[in-house]
Design a protein around this ligand. Structure first.
Ligand SMILES: Nc1nc2c(ncn2[C@@H]2O[C@H](COP(=O)(O)OP(=O)(O)OP(=O)(O)O)[C@@H](O)[C@H]2O)c(=O)[nH]1
Ligand SMILES: [Mg+2]
Length: 499
């Protein structure tokens, strides 16, 4: 296969050029290795969705892809890793442990069948190729629930991730970690295990953001300062979780995966909109009673058929039903399409998408290039001909001296800081993460509204501060990071002046 897609940035381009230039000058085996490196460099970023059992991973995956394709809730597929990749025709393959593949038909609803009809012990994972555009930018890897409810196995971090999942997520370059209301000790362990399983890869540091899923089920009275508002309660809770998961993850964002799935995948139909309209015409007292609990909602005597109400509950749950009714009451002529958009907005998915784009897009170039360079180094190492080895090593040396290679040092610094290997004051840790995790200069400097002169002055000032911290105030380990941050600010300053 030849390389596909576009390269992630200047560093990946330099690495790709290196491969292409050297390819005709090396032996067959090394040249074939280069071809594989080129293919991976051009492939979309590999994002694994991980989290505890039944935290809503697959539902969220459907929301992100914009299609209800991943089986949720029941079925054996929730125990398998599924990779969702971009393809020109929809196709699902089961990959067996012996490396062979079998094509799997979609079920009647266009989903991956919940049951495969194949002995699960012989199955490695599932590959789904879909035409959905989102997958052009990232391959999404849905994983089985991490952790176990019994504390004995939870105690052993290794047991959190079974060997099959470990292999299939080993290629992950970024992680979307799904938590629910309470971040428990085993959540922390699962994340640590996941980080260990992926960080041992050449790809280097794992880039993780977390979502507080099922935000609709947060009881507002359980959160101080929420004023009875579910979304505010979830946001406050997510903030507290961010503090406890830091610096392992960049952020914790509240999200309602179920509403995202229903709004994005066409699960919410005009029949559902009609049902919400009928319910919105009920008197307040009846409605409040019905919305108390799921079984009351479906069993209460009312004109909307019970089956329709069950369907609404499946798609929206009580919180989503209330959102829909509120929107319909506020605007009685609202179209089904606008109602669907309102429900989509209430899911919080847009903020998750935006964050995925900033965190992962900012680092994709470095992540991809680091993995490629590690592979190239390994290829050179195993090349039989010493002149060939020297040629590749020289080319890598030249590449590492280029300004764009600075990203690799930034990634390394981020790994040191996020893994806790280096102790830095909280505000400095935050600053390193901000500079290293954003693509946009204003976001890197934390000055969204500043003009160019203010940005230039600030970048220069921080460059100076980090340089003197590197020389005077720091331990040797801190000093390494400080040099990298100093250089990052210097490059920002240079870039601002050149514009
Ligand atoms: N109320 C509510 N329910 C949700 C939400 N997201 C998922 N669910 C429900 O939670 C259940 C589990 O969802 P899944 O997406 O299958 O969870 P999972 O993490 O993939 O589960 P496993 O793969 O088995 O570990 C389903 O019944 C979903 O409908 C949400 O945001 N709100
Ligand atoms: Mg699942």
């Amino acid at each position: 296969m030849t390389e596909q897609g576009t390269l992630a940035g200047p560093l990946s381009t330099s690495v790709a050029n290196l491969c292409r230039r050297l390819q005709p000058q090396v032996g067959q085996a090394t040249a074939a290795g280069f071809a594989e490196v080129l293919r991976r460099l051009g492939a979309p970023l590999q994002v694994a969705v991980a989290g505890r059992i039944k935290s809503g991973k697959s539902t969220l995956v459907n929301g992100l892809i914009g299609r209800r394709v991943a089986p949720t809730d029941v079925g054996e597929c929730t125990r398998l890793v599924t990779r969702y990749e971009y393809g020109t025709v929809d196709r699902v393959e089961v990959v067996l442990t012996d490396g062979s593949t079998t094509v799997l038909p979609f079920d009647a609803d266009g989903m991956i069948p919940a049951s495969l009809g194949i002995d699960l012990d012989t199955v490695s994972h599932i590959e789904a190729y879909l035409t959905n555009a989102v997958l052009k930018d990232m391959t999404v890897i849905d994983t089985p629930g991490l952790g176990s409810l019994d504390s004995a196995s939870v105690a052993r971090t290794d047991a959190v991730l079974d060997p099959t999942s470990r292999d299939a997520v080993a290629g992950a370059e970024a992680v979307l970690y799904v938590v629910t209301q309470s971040v428990r000790a085993d959540d922390q362990q699962a994340l640590a295990a996941f980080t260990a399983a992926t960080a041992s890869r050449e790809a280097g540091p794992v880039n993780a953001i977390a979502v507080l899923n099922k935000a609709d089920t947060v009881a507002p009275e359980s959160v101080a300062g929420a004023d009875g508002d579910v979304w505010r309660a979830a946001s406050l809770l997510a903030e507290a979780q961010a503090a406890s998961l830091k610096p392992k993850v960049a952020d914790v964002l509240p999200v309602i995966g179920l509403l995202a799935e229903s709004a994005e995948s066409g699960g919410f139909t005009s029949a559902d909109a009609d049902a919400l309209r009928a319910l919105s015409e009920l008197d307040d007292a009846t409605l409040e009673t019905m919305l108390l609990a799921a079984d009351v909602f479906t069993s209460w005597d009312c004109d909307v058929p019970a089956g329709t109400r069950t369907r609404l509950l499946d798609r929206l749950d009580l919180y989503g039903v209330r959102c829909g009714i509120d929107a319909t009451r506020a605007e009685p002529d609202i179209t089904a399409g606008d109602l669907r958009r309102t429900i989509g907005d209430a899911s919080g998915l847009e903020a998750v998408r935006a964050r995925l784009n900033t965190v992962f897009a900012a680092r994709a170039d470095g992540i991809k290039a680091a993995a490629a360079l590690a592979s190239i180094t390994a290829l050179a190492h195993s090349a039989p001909d010493p002149t060939e080895r020297a040629k590749v090593h020289d080319a890598i040396e030249v590449l590492l001296a280029k300004p764009e290679a600075h990203q690799l040092r930034v990634l390394e610094a981020l790994t040191l800081v996020t893994s806790g290997a280096i102790d830095l004051a909280d505000d400095l840790t935050e600053e390193v993460l901000r500079v290293g995790s954003n693509a946009d200069v204003r976001a890197q400097l934390g000055m969204p509204d500043a003009d160019r002169e203010q940005l230039t002055t600030h970048a220069l000032e921080r460059a100076g501060w980090w340089r003197s911290f590197a020389s005077f105030g720091a331990t040797p380990a801190q000093s390494r990071v400080a040099h990298v941050v100093h250089r990052a600010y210097f490059l920002i300053w240079q870039q601002l002046r050149e514009r």
